[in-house]
Ligand binder design. Structure first.
Ligand code: HGY
Ligand code: MN
Ligand code: MN
Length: 416
């Protein structure tokens, strides 16, 4: 297969990885960190990497690392990568497409018998979404040495700790520090990823270059009211935890809607106890995801939402606890790499507009560690975190061409 076709095959491989054994669900794509589908996907991708002549290793955070040596063995690497875990009932391109396009890029270089002056590595992180352990990006945090943020005692819904899950997966959590890379071993990090929004499609652009990644707060809000009989308790005597949570959901939506255009707030999970139809809920819990392109806007949105929650609880006579589960500051992409990506895109006649990423990415972790950039690929209707997520083989071919051209311009910039 020549270069043409490798981009289309990258798209097809994402679809292959969307079915069992690479999914926990026979009728949908769900692949969470350190599960058998995660292992199956790593094994399949490792096989594809070996076919291109890459060496393979797996680090203690269960990140798959493929490496193609350059003309100078043992040299620092241009690292491509993304994640191979998913949200529940996911689309199949969010994460894997970046890994598959990077693999196609290495395949094309190897097939042409070319060797850049540096190594090329591909990393497949297993935990960007945080779908299993609530905190996200544990693998890329370890990769860059943010080990204090990797909470090995955090538990999944079944009560399994991250440490136990790593051990069951064949990893050694006591050696998690060995995951961290020498800063000098990474020349730059480039993450190809679907846009997950409508900007490129609206602009009629197949590709885009990311300027910064929006910052996010993840909250867990717990309301404690008073359970009671649904039939005998007059409305004015209730302390209904779920009603308070419902008012908080609408307050978060109102604050984000009335705030700056880039401020967004989402309640993705709601739970109520005891969960009986004839019992006033005594307890309720919601998650709130607050984001904005800059931290001052994000933090002001958080302040207003937390103030509204406190007021609602006081008015309704319920107790409330707000836990700030995760703080991901906005991340700026490297200006020089953005320029090289733009140049590479323009070589192929692609305008590749610059845009902010509202979605979070492992690139947020790499941005303070090494020069980091993201190449966005258009996705239909901007739909993502949804099985209707889709890209075209043609746009994947275009992305592959740009990544290959990027390797050339990046190599031309390297000191002799
Ligand atoms: O939530 C996000 O933005 C990413 O898809 N994990
Ligand atoms: Mn995602
Ligand atoms: Mn993603």
């Amino acid at each position: 297969m020549g270069v043409i076709g490798l981009g289309a095959r990258a798209e097809a491989r994402c679809r292959e990885l969307s079915r069992p054994p690479y999914s926990e669900d026979p009728n949908a794509l769900t692949r969470t960190y350190l599960t058998p589908p995660h292992r199956a996907a790593m094994d399949r991708i490792a096989g594809w990497m070996r076919e291109t002549g890459m060496s393979i290793r797996e680090d203690e955070a269960a990140t798959l690392v493929g490496r193609l040596e350059g003309t100078k063995p043992g040299s620092p690497a241009l690292v491509f990568g993304s994640h191979i875990d998913s949200v529940r009932d996911a689309g199949c391109y969010d994460g894997p497409l970046g890994v598959m396009l990077a693999l196609a890029c290495v395949e094309a270089i190897a097939a042409a018998g070319r060797r850049p002056p540096f190594a090329i590595e591909i990393v497949a992180f297993g935990d960007e979404e945080g779908s299993r352990f609530q905190t996200s990006m544990n693998a890329s945090r370890a990769f860059v040495g943010r080990l204090a943020e990797v909470k090995l005692d955090v538990r999944d819904r079944d009560g399994t700790t991250l440490a136990d899950a790593l051990t069951a997966f064949g990893r050694d959590p006591t050696r998690i520090a060995s995951v961290t890379r020498e800063r000098s071993s990474v020349l730059a990090f480039v993450e190809p990823h679907i846009e997950q929004g409508p900007v490129l499609e609206t602009a009629g652009a197949a590709l885009g270059v990311v300027t910064s990644i929006a910052g996010q707060w993840r909250l867990k809000v717990r309301f404690a009211g008073r359970a009671g009989h649904a039939g005998t308790t007059p409305m004015h005597l209730r302390a209904d935890a779920l009603a308070a949570a419902a008012e908080a959901v609408l307050a978060a939506e109102r604050i984000a809607t009335e705030g700056p255009a880039d401020l967004v707030a989402t309640v993705g999970q709601v739970a109520a106890k005891p969960g009986a139809p004839n019992v006033i809920p005594g307890h309720a819990e919601i998650t709130i995801d607050v984001r904005a392109g800059t931290d001052p806007v994000r933090d002001e949105g958080l302040r207003q939402i937390e103030a509204a929650i406190a007021e609602i609880a006081m008015q309704r006579g319920v107790k409330v606890e707000v836990e700030r589960v995760q703080n991901l500051p906005a991340a700026r992409m490297d200006a020089r790499l953005q320029g090289l990506l733009k140049r590479a895109a323009e070589k192929f006649g692609h305008a590749a507009p610059e845009l902010v990423s509202g979605a979070g990415h492992d690139a947020m972790m790499l941005a303070d560690f090494a020069p980091t950039a993201m190449l966005f690929i258009r996705c239909a209707g901007g739909i993502s975190h949804n099985p209707a997520e889709s890209v075209t083989p043609e746009d994947c071919e275009a992305a592959l061409g740009v990544l290959l051209a990027f390797v050339d311009v990046f190599a031309a910039e390297q000191p002799e």
